[in-house]
Write a protein that binds this ligand. Structure first.
Ligand code: SAH
Ligand code: SF4
Ligand code: F3S
Length: 447
């Protein structure tokens, strides 16, 4: 442990991994600002650096240690004292005290359920005391966080955390703990605060967001569809999205919401992982390729233009060429607007890591390329099908070119266009050109 030092005045939070980590990163930044610290400007040295880490894929921990090395080198080169370094997020939860043992430069280790205690951990570290907290307290951290103040037009709201599914390849149930839903009233209040702080769109987040349940003011228990219907009534909120869902929690009530809730965007991210039932079973996914397709059918029945997205893993232990072909066949039947695909990576402590028949990396690489070629072609086809359509986009940021703005279509396509409309504007546009990853729009009327 280093010698006592003054409390830091500036901070930087760097988030990796999923959107829930991005949300946590925002909340940590708000908390530090609330304590009187200032966010360091881009490229400026901060006195406290929070690395909000992800543990989902191989070498995640290695990446953290090399980031720490880079931070130290930059400080040395600039002749500045070493900043306080905090490791947060899922690597912090998984590795705990090992991090400090391996990287002496780390002052604070704080898990995803304990970051509301960051200010006291910072004080401990500055006083030269060990600052390690990877508890998963029964009381939620959310009540201890400051209110939302200023947010982007498209904001995140974590409604559910953790996972009880235990897919055999995945670390999330260990790093994020059991499934917990935040209470209904808290979420409505936070959504309202987000809208007052500038949000036009809210994406509800959870490791299994569609497993959310809660009791409304009248004591009625409802699912995510009920929460969405309540949020739909918030004035000034224009768009609602949610991610990530599990096929087993895709209730008919939630599917129906896609048919009749005006603000719910026509987009569904529903990971399937693989197309072979044998592999799905070994993954402990507890759905089949066919039951997944039936869900998609029901969603399309109420919302024919829904844009579909998914996650895929290739090269899971025991995956044969025939199994992989089943994944390609399934993808062929669905038609994706976008998707994420990964090469299986063994995660220590998960059942799949010790399964026989690990697929040779070259074979998995080759399969990944074939799958990605198909998914990319589907994304391009989806974009092409929107050519000539008139649609509404939410302007989110400036583009690289002068006068260029970037926004999102209802189907979550990136849209770029020339306009003087401000960030946060909802604008009617015609889609005039399409590419593999984005589309271009021409503005019509400012709303
Ligand atoms: N809760 C979500 C997403 C969890 S993590 C779900 O169940 O779908 C995001 C994605 O990372 C997963 O959907 C999976 O495709 C991928 N992933 C998780 N563990 C992995 C591993 N060990 N190797 C490769 N990809 C993995
Ligand atoms: Fe991981 Fe499976 Fe849980 Fe998703 S559902 S977080 S892939 S264990
Ligand atoms: Fe990564 Fe943790 Fe999210 S492992 S994907 S940051 S839940």
């Amino acid at each position: 442990m280093p010698n006592p030092r003054a409390l830091p005045k500036t901070y930087a939070v760097k988030s990796f991994g999923c959107q829930m980590n991005v949300y946590d990163g925002e909340r940590m930044a708000e908390l530090l600002s609330h304590q009187g610290m200032t966010a360091a400007a881009d490229g400026e040295a901060a006195e406290l650096i929070v690395l909000n880490t992800c543990h989902i894929r191989e070498r995640a921990a290695e990446k953290v240690y090399s980031d720490i090395g880079r931070i130290l080198k930059t400080a040395r080169a600039a002749g500045e004292p070493k900043p306080l370094i905090a490791v947060a997020g899922c690597v912090a939860q998984a590795e705990g005290a090992e991090i400090v043992a391996r990287a002496k430069a780390v002052d604070i280790v704080v898990g995803p359920q304990a970051y509301h205690r960051l200010p006291s951990l910072v004080a401990d570290a500055a006083a030269g005391r060990t600052a390690l907290d990877t508890d998963m307290p029964a009381a939620s951290k959310f009540g201890a966080l400051p209110a939302r103040r200023k947010v982007a037009p498209s904001a995140f709201l974590t409604v559910q955390e953790g996972c009880d599914k235990f897919c055999t390849y995945c670390v999330v149930p260990y790093t994020r703990g059991a499934e917990v839903s935040r209470p209904w009233g808290d979420l409505v209040a936070e959504a309202q605060a987000l809208v007052e702080a500038g949000a036009k769109e809210i994406t509800l987040l959870g490791q299994n967001v569609n497993a959310w349940t809660g009791e409304d003011a009248a004591g009625r228990v409802g699912g995510l569809d009920g929460l969405i219907r309540v949020l739909d009534r918030i004035e000034g909120l224009e768009r609602i999205r949610y991610t990530t869902s599990h096929p087993n929690d895709m209730t008919q009530a939630l599917i129906d919401a896609h048919g009749d809730v005006g603000k719910l965007m026509p987009f569904l991210h529903l990971p399937v992982q693989a197309g072979s039932d044998r592999i799905l079973k070994a993954m402990n996914r507890s759905h089949t390729a066919d039951s997944y397709l039936r869900i998609i059918e029901r969603v399309r029945a109420v919302r024919p233009d829904i844009a579909l997205s998914g996650d895929f893993i290739v090269g899971f232990p025991g995956e044969t060429e025939a199994d992989f072909q089943a994944t390609l066949d399934l993808v062929g039947e669905i038609g994706h607007a976008q998707a994420f695909s990964f090469k299986y990576s063994p995660r220590p402590g998960t059942p799949a890591a010790t399964m026989a028949d690990q697929v040779p990396p070259q074979e998995a690489d080759e399969r990944l390329q074939r799958l990605q070629a198909l998914l990319n072609a589907q994304q391009h086809a989806f974009n092409n099908a929107t050519l000539g359509r008139r649609t509404r986009i939410l302007i989110e940021r400036h583009g690289k070119l002068p006068g260029q703005m970037l926004g999102k279509s209802p189907w979550l396509q990136s849209v770029h266009l020339q306009t003087d409309a401000a960030i946060g504007t909802l604008l009617d546009v015609d889609i005039v050109a399409t590419g593999p990853n984005s589309v271009s729009g021409a503005a019509l009327v400012s709303a």
